[in-house]
Design a protein around this ligand. Structure first.
Ligand code: ADP
Ligand code: F6P
Length: 322
């Protein structure tokens, strides 16, 4: 069964490249003769009937812009029966037969529920955290990593001039991929992530002292948001080593900015793939990138998978930051 009308929404934390994905969805669907409805503020748009017609020009001039023109939200109401009933009524009213959901795994759970209630959905991974188990890559990750890297590079200048230690908090409440790989890119002395238990003396103090003995005079300690406590860590480092230390929380700037080429290309491919599926009447799937290929999985299976942390990269980081 092919679909005539589909909706598109962005949900959860925004990520650079979401606009490029929206653009790809809208243009691919229109090219196939389908009608596209934009749904504002994630699942809230379905609950509140905030839906509008999109055409090929609705997505002009957005490929290079961070954020999401559809706005995004976290919608606790969507998890309730009442919220779902309202969402289904909105789909019926606008003739929405399928929805492309761009977001993280929370948003995938919403897409699974909507699919279960008769509106097939296809998920596209969009989060700066790169923490979706079914895919090796999520839209926004490359941009966020580059943003964080450039900011830590600036921090390194002043850290070096003052011969200090900078303890930097990098986003990722539950996941350390962004902190780990940014940490590698900036040559951090230590990288602390929620996936790996750390020992303050062994993993921070001893590493600082060891590199200090070989002539190093300034230090960057990358800490994932999920571990936190950067002020406290900086204070303890200063107390134990005598090296003046400062804490910096990079914060939400990591979520903004013009998407990198990688994010734009990935978003375009994924958006196109999602529409290919819906156009064939295939829903309840999520698009993923694995082994250099674009694939798709059943949402249930995707949500059941566990993502292996990049332990090899963690080892490499600590071997070469000496
Ligand atoms: P992300 O998609 O970035 O992981 P959230 O976890 O905040 O972000 O999820 C975004 C939205 O997806 C939620 O506000 C809610 O509407 C929907 N959602 C999240 N978890 C569930 C769930 N278990 N069941 C149904 N919907 C969910
Ligand atoms: O999931 C993306 C993310 O930016 C996390 O890295 C971070 O922990 C969280 O969202 C922050 O959420 P909020 O924007 O609601 O503060």
């Amino acid at each position: 069964m092919s679909m005539k009308t589909i909706g598109v929404l962005t949900s959860g934390g925004d990520a650079p490249g979401m606009n490029a994905a929206i653009r790809a969805v809208v243009r691919s669907a229109i090219e196939k003769g389908m009608t596209v409805k934009g749904i504002r503020r994630g699942y809230n748009g379905l609950i509140d009937d905030d839906v509008f017609d999109m055409d090929i020009r609705s997505v002009s001039d957005i490929i290079h812009r961070g954020g999401t023109v559809l706005y995004t939200a976290r919608s606790p109401q969507f998890k309730t029966e009442e919220g779902m009933a309202k969402a289904l009524a909105t789909c019926k009213k606008h003739g929405i037969e399928g929805v492309v959901v761009i977001g993280g795994d929370g948003s995938y759970r919403g897409a699974r529920d909507l699919s279960l209630h008769g509106v097939p959905c296809v998920g596209i991974p969009g989060t700066i955290d790169n923490d979706i188990s079914s895919t090796e890559y999520t839209i926004g990750y490359d941009t966020a990593m580059n943003t964080a890297m450039h900011m830590v590079d600036k921090l390194r200048d002043t850290t070096q001039s003052h011969e200090r230690c900078s303890v930097v908090e990098i986003m990722g409440r539950h996941a350390g991929y962004l902190a780990l790989n940014t940490g590698i890119a900036v040559g951090a002395t230590s990288i602390i992530v929620p996936e790996i238990e750390y020992d303050f003396k062994r993993d921070i103090i001893d590493r600082i002292n060891k590199t200090k003995q070989t002539g190093k005079k300034h230090f960057i300690i990358a800490v994932a948001e999920g571990v936190g406590h950067v002020e406290e860590i900086a204070k303890k480092i200063e107390e134990e080593t005598g090296i003046e230390s400062r804490a910096t929380i990079l914060g939400h700037v990591q979520r903004g900015g013009s998407p990198t080429a990688r994010d734009r290309v990935m978003a375009s491919e994924m958006g196109h793939h999602a529409v290919e599926l819906l156009s064939k009447g295939i829903g309840n799937r999520v698009v993923a990138y694995r082994n250099s290929q674009l694939v798709d999985d059943d949402i249930y299976e995707a949500l059941a998978k566990n993502k292996e942390f990049e332990y090899d990269n963690y080892e490499i980081a600590h071997k070469i930051s000496i």
